[in-house]
Design a protein. Structure first.
Lengths: 473, 241
């Protein structure tokens, strides 16, 4: 997928001006966050915090010996009949999938939700090669009809309202419009069913890879994932190399956190552990199972300044708790992953210079860090990225000069006292009778776009305190 | 006990009265308060903007100025959080400076946290009547865990009624330089906060950080709300004096 993150500012401005999107974002509001809070309370807050510690530890343990666990996964999966393929980057993912299609004569694919396939631009590649692809996650299906990318990693069509979906269904299904959500989902199911039955390839992501058994664990709420991975002749699971965990025991711990953090559910509606293709005597399952382990920038983070980011289990809690995400929506971020995790992953995988605004477009409020099930210090990582931008000379000249001047003065109390004395008087005068400034010059313009600037009282604390002390003495 | 008052650069420049209110509260709690005259800024703007050398130079200055005191208190969760949480990161892996940074961190407090949990202030000097709602500033809440102290102190004012707003813990959109770099997004976030404040029905929003204060007040006034007051908790606790 093309990276448009350099245009964050313009995209966010567009999102702010889009009244329909704003209404949809408000409706989404704190829904998931409230559900997570309720699930956490029901679980026991202290126990939940202990589980977060344990989960972070599990992820760090796996990532600490990532190569070893991946090789173990490959060995165990191969032993059980799964073919494990390795992809260095997005292009190789597409090449490997197309190769499987050619070798097995596959012409029609159904897909369960996979963010990695978005990274790889897989749908376009398959389409160009003549392989028909149908998304089967309801949200992803809606977006396929609309020709849009997801705006949220677990609720991809959260930016759309019911009327928009209804209009898409009328256009593509040719059936009469309905405003009954149950009827709309039934309609989608009826349209998707023949695709499920006629496809010869199923493509899924993978929530976790279990090294000790060579299994791929997949969670969904709609059951489509189960059909995608068992009905067609061939199943390909595509997942990032960081998803590997050592044991089923670890899987159990992490999956107690994933649904609670994501949607506030105790457990997802469907939780599948897929271990190899159909064995003799099995009632169902694909004839061939492939797992594509994708790097696409991940190995570059191992052991580095952003290493904690690799713990991510893709629950979406950080964006559900992010006031910036909730104000500008997922599409503003310009690549596959939005919100706080996307603001780290996009520069990390696509180049710091290609996503300059993302680490800056955060208040560092810390809500994401507190919500993250694996305790990724997202504000720290965003700050680290800001530091990398500065160190690589990627900040604007004016900003750098302003900081230099500020740091120079702040180290010299006499100069600082003099400068602030003038600033306090000048701004006080600018504030006039009402004590506020409607338009600030220079960099301050950004502030007064949508706010007044309350004017200072006129004299600095330092001056008043000195005078007061003299008077007292 | 000798307390070094870290006034903070925003209080110094924008709202000296909050600095004097903090001073009064600390004295009411029986502290000997010293205001080091050479203090400027904790370095947070540099730290949050990725300018480590600038942040570091100011951190060294703050450490040297404030390490003689028994405690360091700031009327700001954000600045106290910088000293208490981030100085450690700033000097990570450095022997002597790290030791000094950690020693300072251990005795640095946000004002209300200090008044309640260290100085154990029993009676507050102010008189205030009216309904208020409390906005939890991000750094105070999530870096320092300051949730109850300001509420406990406000409850000591006989005429006050606290009406909690929805999403009191959600960021107001200030975020330091974020508020300038992304003014439109920041103002939209401030608007959401202002709507929560107004929906609470309180006559004033009380908070503990200057950044949030300027942001919320600026947005309220721009949106035409001339009546909802925006007050620092120290002002309320010393009001009418």
């Amino acid at each position: 997928m093309q990276v448009a993150s350099l245009h964050f500012r313009e995209r966010a401005a567009g999102a702010l001006a889009n009244e329909r999107l704003q209404a949809n974002l408000r409706r989404f509001g704190s829904g998931f966050a409230d559900k997570r809070a309720a699930a956490r309370r029901a679980f026991g807050e202290e126990a939940f915090e202990q589980l977060r510690d344990a989960a972070a530890e599990i992820r760090d343990r796996a990532l600490g010996d990532l190569d070893a666990w991946l090789l173990r996964f490959e060995a165990e999966a191969s032993r059980r009949g799964t073919t494990v393929l390795w992809a260095q980057d997005a292009d190789e993912v597409c090449r490997l999938v197309l190769e499987v299609c050619r070798r097995h004569g596959l012409a029609k694919a159904i897909k369960s939700k996979s963010m990695l396939s978005e990274e790889a631009g897989l749908n376009d590649a398959l389409g160009a090669a003549g392989v028909n692809v149908v998304e089967t996650d309801l949200g992803e299906y809606i977006l396929q009809l609309a020709g849009e990318p997801p705006s949220h990693i677990i609720a991809p069509a959260i930016h759309k309202d019911q009327d928009e979906v209804s209009a898409l269904f009328v256009k593509h299904h040719g059936r009469p419009a309905t405003d009954d959500i149950a009827r709309m989902t039934r309609e989608a199911r009826e349209v998707l069913r023949p695709h499920f039955l006629s496809a010869d390839l199923g493509i899924s992501g993978g929530n976790f890879l279990v090294a000790e058994t060579g299994s791929v664990a997949i969670v969904t709420n709609e059951g489509n994932g189960r059909m995608v991975t068992t009905l067609p002749r061939v199943h390909i699971a595509i997942t990032g190399i960081e998803k590997v965990i050592p044991t089923l025991e670890d899987l159990s711990a992490l999956n107690r956190l994933l649904p609670r953090s994501a949607t506030g559910q105790d457990i997802e509606n469907y939780f599948s552990i897929l271990t190899g293709p159909r064995a003799p005597g099995d009632a169902d399952g694909p004839e061939h199972m492939f797992v594509i382990l994708v790097d696409n920038g991940r190995s570059g983070l191992v052991g580095g300044a952003l290493k904690e980011m690799l713990r991510c289990i893709r629950c979406g809690a950080c964006m559900n708790h992010c006031p910036v995400y909730q104000t500008v929506g997922g599409h503003s971020y310009g690549w596959v992953y939005p919100g706080p995790m996307g603001s780290v992953l996009t520069p990390a995988y696509q180049g710091i210079e290609n996503a300059l605004d993302l680490p800056q477009a955060a208040t560092l409020c810390g809500a994401c860090h507190v919500a993250c099930p694996v305790k990724i210090p997202l504000p720290d990582l965003l700050r680290t990225l800001r530091e990398m931008q500065t160190d690589r000379g990627l900040r604007p000249w004016g900003e750098r000069a302003a900081f230099r001047a500020w740091a120079f003065a702040a180290r010299r109390p006499w100069l600082y006292a003099w400068a602030t004395r003038i600033a306090a008087r000048l701004l006080h005068w600018m504030g006039g009778r009402r004590g506020r400034i409607a338009r600030l010059p220079l960099a301050g313009r950004g502030w007064t776009l949508g706010r007044d600037f309350p004017a200072p009282e006129g004299r600095t604390f330092r001056d008043l305190y000195r005078v007061g002390r003299k008077r007292r003495a | 006990m000798r307390v070094g008052l870290f006034v903070t650069c925003l209080v110094d420049l924008m709202r000296p009265r909050i600095g004097f209110a903090a001073l009064e509260l600390l004295e009411a709690a029986g502290c000997e308060v010293v205001v080091p005259g050479g203090q400027t800024c904790c370095g947070q703007p540099g730290w949050n903007s990725g300018d480590r050398p600038a942040a570091r130079a100011l951190a060294e200055k703050v450490i040297a100025e404030f390490e003689p005191f028994d405690y360091v208190v700031a009327p700001s969760g954000s600045c106290a959080g910088m000293i208490k949480v981030h100085y450690r990161e700033l000097f990570a892996g450095e022997g002597a400076w790290l030791t000094r940074a950690e020693a300072l961190a251990a005795k640095t407090y946000e004002l209300t946290d200090f008044l309640v949990n260290v100085a154990r202030l029993q009676q507050v000097p102010g008189r205030f009547a009216g309904t208020v709602t409390y906005h939890d500033s991000c750094a105070g809440l999530r870096e320092l865990g300051v949730k109850q102290p300001p509420r406990a102190l406000l409850a000591k004012l006989p005429g006050i009624e606290l009406r909690e707003m929805k999403d009191a813990e959600v960021c107001c959109g200030f975020g330091g330089t974020f508020s300038i770099k992304f003014g439109d997004i920041s103002a939209a976030m401030a608007q959401a906060k202002c709507e929560r404040i107004q929906a609470s029905g309180a006559g004033a929003v009380v908070l503990g950080d200057l950044g949030c204060m300027l942001n919320i007040e600026g947005r309220l006034r721009r949106a035409g709300d001339e009546t909802t007051r925006v007050l620092h908790v120290a002002e309320v606790l010393t009001a009418g004096k």
